[in-house]
Ligand binder design. Structure first.
Ligand SMILES: Cc1ncc(COP(=O)(O)O)c(C=O)c1O
Ligand SMILES: [Mg+2]
Length: 603
């Protein structure tokens, strides 16, 4: 069973009340001399009513009303509503809501109602409709939580009250944009807009949703469909699992988010880009107000690295590339291809780069304008001391460009405090999205000052100006990939943000390393500098060992591992990122044990 709880909005979704909210709200604010239009009230539907009243009053008078006045108008509104729900002949359930509740309960699904109304009004409705006798499991009203819609608090409270822990088991159904945003903020697996209430299909379509329906009776079939694509349980190895640095195993929710076709100019897509932008900045510890921007770029991670170097190192500039692995070398390849003047500090991939050496090189090469480094060198899994290198670079007057491809989302990064001027990463690593989009986080002042890039498409400054102009990608956007990224970011937040995700990766990594050591495998990187993202293991001493054979046998058991990337050391790599759990690592270890128990040569 996938969906365990459905949270329904009341007015407009499960309760038909003629026009109670409009009528009573308009009358209550008219009493204090504030005229309203239907559109004005409609735009605020679903939100906590004191907030709605405050907004209506302040937009008319352009000063904020006092708390006392809001309370008085609210009291008047509540009295009108209570009388309306007691007396009006118009009040009834919508769309056979009671039948839908019964059908879902018959399948073991819990029913919650949440509402922007206060408890007294909600109780009056429940009383009037006879929904007090156990047809509904729990009800939550906006005055019982810290934040009403569009914040997720009411859904979280309903989850708490019903003992449902995972938002991937929750559906939210409502008739207003605030309902849809609430469902999205809570990370609900299903966010269903219903057009029986205050908003049309077209209006709801602008907000996050998985389904739009005309009637609640369509809901049981939708839930049945979702049950067929439920999330994989930890340790279920019936599908291939990618123990690689990306693309990687993604959640069903992320894959399901792509099942929608949106146009590039679609307002819903533009809003999605905006929300993704803000979430990426939050993960980087900064905001728009701090003067930072997140700029999405079509393509894989390398496209973003190339765009970063090509955009931000000006003609006449010179970049010092800190290289201790394949991705540092790739930056050098890019600098050469773009004709950027470069120098490098090279060191072993099994050790972190050395800030003192970098300081010395910068001192002897005063023409250097930029220092570029890889935060987590995926080649070996070693973590470089990013903030220390950034300090050394700034001391030498250089700007700092960081490839945080395999660390962003799983290691705390504060681009401001860590002294990073531009950071790039991609959707398909620790964020657990799918490949096809990368991004930069950069200060707006740097974007504004950037000269024309060395490429038309790989130009972060031009891309940023495009987003600023009309919210759109300049060239065909990877729409499905961005939808998946938004879902992935919601799931990251629900996992407890970077801290929660890092803890799972750490648990995966520790389980892997201790299990592999017990099987006789040796690691390469000093554990003090080893990330939990990917781990390199030396080939066993057995001369008959063939990586191709080892790989194929594991693949036949649905485990995909990765070849080594250290030129002179025979090794292979196992990633512990993506939607995989310690139970999956146990299953992989069992497969490795079985694989090495039989002769390993390809014969
Ligand atoms: C640190 C680092 N930089 C750059 C890249 C290149 O990304 P892509 O393969 O998506 O082009 C990777 C990919 O694994 C990486 O780990
Ligand atoms: Mg409603």
């Amino acid at each position: 069973m996938s969906i365990e709880l459905v949270v329904f909005d009341m007015a407009g979704t499960t309760v038909y009340d003629g026009d109670a909210v409009h009528t009573c709200l308009a009358a209550a604010v008219a009493d204090v001399g504030v005229p309203t239009t239907r559109e004005q009230i409609n735009a605020l539907m679903g939100m906590p009513k004191p907030l709605v009243i405050a907004t209506l009053l302040s937009s008319h008078r352009s000063t904020r009303p006092s708390d006392e006045e809001i309370a008085a108008v609210y009291g008047d509104f509540e009295q009108r509503m209570l009388a309306y729900y007691r007396d009006s002949v118009l009040v009834r359930e919508t769309d056979r809501a009671g039948d839908v509740f019964r059908a879902l309960r018959g399948r073991g699904i819990k029913i919650a109602l949440d509402t922007g109304f206060s408890r007294p009004i909600a109780d009056a409705i429940l009383e009037r409709l006879g929904w007090t006798g156990g047809l509904v499991d729990v009800t939550v009203t906006s005055d019982e939580v810290a934040h009403g819609r569009p914040q997720p608090d009411m859904i979280w409270r309903a989850m708490e009250l019903t003992g449902v822990r995972e938002p991937s088991r929750v559906a939210k159904v409502g008739d207003t944009p605030a309902d849809l945003l609430e469902g999205s903020a809570a990370g609900c697996a299903l966010i269903v807009g219903v057009t029986s209430g205050s908003h049309t299909d077209a209006e709801l379509a602008l907000h996050p949703h998985t389904h739009l329906i005309d009637s609640l009776v369509e809901l049981p079939a939708i839930i049945e469909d979702v049950d067929r694509v439920r999330e994989r349980e930890p340790g279920d190895v019936s599908v291939p699992l990618l123990f690689t640095p990306g693309p990687l195993t993604t959640s069903r929710g992320v894959k399901a988010a792509m099942q929608r076709d949106l146009g590039s100019r679609d307002e819903e897509f533009i809003h999605t880009i905006e929300r993704v932008h803000d979430r990426l900045l939050t993960l980087a510890g900064v905001s728009r107000a701090d003067g930072y921007a997140a700029i999405l770029m079509q393509g894989s991670g390398t496209f973003a690295v190339e765009a970063m170097l090509g955009t931000f190192v000006p003609p006449g500039g010179r970049v010092l590339v800190v290289e201790n692995g394949a991705y540092g070398k790739r930056m050098l390849d890019i600098a050469r291809a773009l004709g950027i003047s470069w120098a490098t500090v090279s060191s072993s991939p099994t050790e972190p780069a050395c800030p003192e050496t970098i300081a010395r090189v910068l001192e002897g090469d005063p023409g250097t304008t930029h220092v570029a480094l890889v935060h987590c060198e995926t080649t070996s899994g070693v973590i470089n001391p990013m903030s220390t290198i950034a300090r050394v670079a700034h001391d030498a007057g250089c700007a700092v460009l960081v490839d945080a491809m395999s660390s962003f989302g799983a290691m705390p990064i504060d681009v401001h405090a860590d002294g990073v001027d531009v950071l790039v990463a991609s959707a398909n690593k620790c964020l657990e999205g799918v490949p096809g989009v990368a991004f930069a986080i950069a200060r707006e002042s740097i974007l504004r000052a950037a000269p024309p890039a060395r490429s038309v498409s790989l130009d972060f400054a031009a891309q940023w100006r495009g987003f600023e102009r009309d919210g759109q990608f300049r060239f065909t956007p990877p729409t499905h990939v961005v939808l998946a990224l938004e879902q992935a970011l919601i799931e990251l937040e629900r996992e407890g943000g970077i801290g929660g995700r890092a803890a799972r990766y750490r648990a995966n990594h520790e389980r892997l390393v201790s299990g592999m050591r017990a099987l006789g495998f040796r690691t390469i990187v000093n554990p003090a500098h080893q990330s939990a993202v990917i781990t390199s293991f030396l080939y066993p001493d057995d001369p008959a060992f063939s990586f191709e054979d080892f790989y194929t046998r594991l693949r036949l058991r649905n485990f995909v591992i990765y070849p080594g990337k250290l030129m002179d050391v025979p090794c292979f790599r196992i990633g512990t990122i993506g939607r995989i759990y310690p139970e999956d690592v146990d299953a992989l270890l069992a497969a490795v044990r079985a694989t090495i128990a039989s002769p390993l040569s390809a014969s």
